[in-house]
Design a protein around this ligand. Structure first.
Ligand SMILES: [Zn+2]
Length: 420
């Protein structure tokens, strides 16, 4: 790939917008980034404000099929889950591929350059493996390539239906591998991922993975220095069952199994004790908030500021894809804190944007992405500053004004994925 030069009237460098930035790209990476220069004649102009690539850390692509179909209903998370299982029952590798291409294309169009797919829909309708045991995962990796974004396939171990170890039933049988050893054997049978993809591991939750199986998954990820993700305390019912049957909080179960650490990201982290938050922070475990899903499913509001203050890096996901818009996820972290505390100003716009960019890419194992700086992967997301939503806004506070619909151009690894 030859040297390409772009000129941005405004680009987000370090922690804020800088004017008149010349951005040079060589072989998919930034070779030079120079603010405060005149536009060279041979440079292509970028519209509006150009941001680093956004990373969507937590996705279940098939949940997208529920958008606009479940929101009008009543009940709680568990009511919704029954409807989600009905969708899971219908998909095969071909139909899942087609659905995921649409989902990931929507992500690309809204400035998401990398997705973390928390993938547990592994097997056929009766739980029988496909001929290629990783056919569903391969369909997702191929879908990301078609959409033009990177993917970290977080292959998810899912073994039981309750904390006390009840076996999987009904559609859940599609998720299960039997035990963690068989899970690892299946994952290892997959071919090496193509350049746009990485493989990581996920513990579905303490509900779905018995405590004695967790260390095998931790070990698999450690040996590969791969990301390790887990749902954590999204629902009070999970906490209650965990305390009854295991005598510990879900965070303590993960900690005792060695699952926390700098390569680990816990998702939701909604209902935690102060000691849980201290443990996550002390171990440098990242936290992924998914505010649009958490509000849709009536999960509750996690204490994002307290987690970050404890030491946990923050990142963001659209999870069930009721909404795919990382700007909305980012500002919702701050706005939900306001609702909870009746005070404003918990996170700066720069902190929120960092969670949506560098924080997310790091949590997905792409620590060389999410910033506009020499050597980094050349992702550029240009946002209109003249749309009905963004006109007149302070570019430094773009995260409070823009939506995914204001994204005008997207470049991933130096390649134009969404043309201006
Ligand atoms: Zn999830």
């Amino acid at each position: 790939m030859a040297l390409t030069r772009y000129f941005a009237p405004l680009a987000w460098l370090d922690d804020g917008p800088r004017a008149d930035v010349l951005i040079e790209i060589d072989s998919g990476r930034f070779s030079a980034v120079t603010p405060g220069v005149e536009a060279p004649a041979d440079a292509q102009s970028l519209p509006g404000l150009t941001l680093p690539g956004l990373a969507n850390v937590h996705s279940h692509a098939f949940h997208r099929a529920l958008r606009g179909r479940t929101q009008g209903g009543r009940g709680d998370f568990w009511t919704w889950r029954r409807q989600m299982y009905q969708v899971a029952a219908t998909l095969d590798p071909d139909s899942y591929h087609a659905l995921a291409v649409d989902v990931y294309t929507e992500m690309a169009q809204t400035g998401i350059t990398c997705v973390g797919e928390f993938h547990y829909l592994h097997h056929g309708p009766d739980g029988e493996p496909y001929g290629d045991r990783n056919a569903m995962g391969a369909a997702l990796i191929a879908a990301a390539a078609e959409a033009g974004i990177r993917i970290t396939l977080l292959d998810t171990c899912y073994l039981t239906s309750t904390v006390d170890g009840k076996p999987l039933e009904g559609v859940q049988r599609r998720f299960g591998d039997g035990d963690a050893t068989a899970w690892a054997a299946r994952v290892d049978a997959a071919p090496a991922p193509p350049p746009h993809a990485k493989r990581g591991a996920a513990i579905h939750s303490v509900r779905a993975v018995p405590a004695d199986q967790i260390p095998s998954i931790v070990d698999w990820a450690a040996r590969r220095e791969a990301p390790l993700h887990a749902h954590l305390s999204e629902q009070r019912a999970e906490n209650d069952a965990c305390l009854v049957y295991l005598g510990r909080t879900p965070t303590e179960v993960l900690s005792d199994a060695g699952a926390l650490g700098a390569r680990t990201t816990v998702v939701h982290a909604t209902h935690l004790t102060d000691a849980d938050r201290t443990e996550l922070g002390d171990t440098d475990t990242a936290v992924c908030f998914c505010p649009t899903t958490e509000r849709d499913l009536a999960d509750g509001i996690g204490h994002a500021r307290a987690l970050v203050d404890a030491g946990s890096p923050l990142c963001l996901g659209s999870d069930s894809h009721a909404v795919i818009d990382l700007f909305e996820e980012a500002r919702a972290v701050e706005l939900h804190e306001r609702l909870r505390t009746e005070r404003r100003g918990h996170f700066t716009p720069a902190e929120l944007l960092r969670a949506a960019t560098q924080g997310g890419h790091t949590a997905l194992g792409w620590s060389d992405a999410g910033v506009i700086a020499p050597g980094a992967r050349a992702d550029l997301v240009s946002v209109a500053l003249d749309s009905p939503r963004t006109k007149g806004c302070d570019p430094a506070a773009i995260v409070f004004a823009a939506t995914g619909a204001d994204v005008r151009q997207v470049i991933v690894d130096g390649r134009v994925v969404v043309p201006a």
